[in-house]
Design a protein around this ligand. Structure first.
Ligand SMILES: C[S@@+](CC[C@H](N)C(=O)[O-])C[C@H]1O[C@@H](n2cnc3c(N)ncnc32)[C@H](O)[C@@H]1O
Length: 254
């Protein structure tokens, strides 16, 4: 049984709180530093369960099953089967999620982006083992890169997804991510970014209205979902931001 203290720390990680909270001296941790392609990545091992990358826990299939991820992103298997065939898809902050493998299994041209991919400077604890296996299996479809500086051409992607990355970063980083997402989207393309808190959702909407309102149409939706980590269940409510990059003719109408 996990003690109350350990359990609360697990949830602290599960809910992706700030770097400062995660690096208080009471956390027994082991740090490693690596630099690859000018992208600094700091790994920190937290107990038996988690690997933190630059202070953010890497999660995926063991915490957020595909059904929950797709529900939070507001997509269905049927949508994907019917309309994604010739689309270029990017998932950002993908971690070890089942979303990318799902797209690939449907024959969709999908790639996943994360800061730590192709960098094996972490230890083999619970999530470390899963991370290693994930890169071995899906490596050809994984891009190591920063969501704030996505190494892809402007206007090259039809659909962008992100599940539980933006809740881990401050507003200015959320802005940088949203700017990059809008840049890489094709006109007519769509992005679905899940994980904004209430204030975050409001701030990012204000930002988009002021800075990109002409180029895009957007909406947000609050969603309550369940996190189940090793039988310990919790509910959480966050917002989904959906951005559509407008075609010239749609811009004139709006
Ligand atoms: C909480 S996990 C979410 C993983 C997965 N999408 C899920 O829903 O379980 C956040 C992921 O974002 C990645 N990440 C953090 N900062 C990033 C950045 N600037 N660019 C790309 N990925 C980043 C982390 O390495 C981690 O894998």
């Amino acid at each position: 049984m996990l003690s109350g203290l350990k359990l609360s720390r697990v949830w602290l990680l599960a809910f992706c709180l700030s770097f400062t909270a995660l690096t208080t001296p009471s956390f027994a941790s082991q740090s490693k530093c690596a630099e690859l392609l000018h992208l600094p990545v700091e790994f920190e091992i937290y107990g038996e369960d988690f690997v933190l990358v630059n202070g953010i826990p890497v999660t995926g299939q063991f915490m957020h099953p595909l059904k929950v991820v797709m529900g939070n992103l507001g997509i269905t298997e049927l949508d994907v089967q019917k309309t994604y065939r010739n689309k270029k898809v990017l998932t950002i902050g993908e971690g070890v999620s089942e979303l990318l493998p799902f797209f690939l299994a449907q024959g969709v041209a999908a790639r996943g982006l994360d800061v730590w991919y192709h960098n094996d400077g972490f230890d083999d604890n619970y999530s470390g083992k899963i991370m290693r296996k994930y890169v071995r299996k899906y490596g050809a479809h994984l891009i190591q890169g920063d969501a704030k500086k996505i190494p892809l051409r402007s206007g090259s992607i039809d659909k962008v997804f992100s599940h539980l990355l933006v809740n881990n970063v401050e507003h200015d980083e959320q802005v940088a991510i949203v700017e990059e997402v809008i840049r890489i989207l094709k006109v007519g393309g769509e992005a679905r970014l899940f994980g904004f808190g209430d204030d975050g959702a409001e701030l990012i909407q204000d930002y988009i209205s002021a800075e990109a309102g002409e180029k895009v149409r957007f909406t947000t939706k609050r969603i309550t979902f369940e996190i189940d980590f090793r039988g310990h269940k919790r509910e959480k409510t966050l917002s989904l931001l959906i951005i559509k990059k407008l075609r010239a003719r749609d811009r004139r109408k709006s």
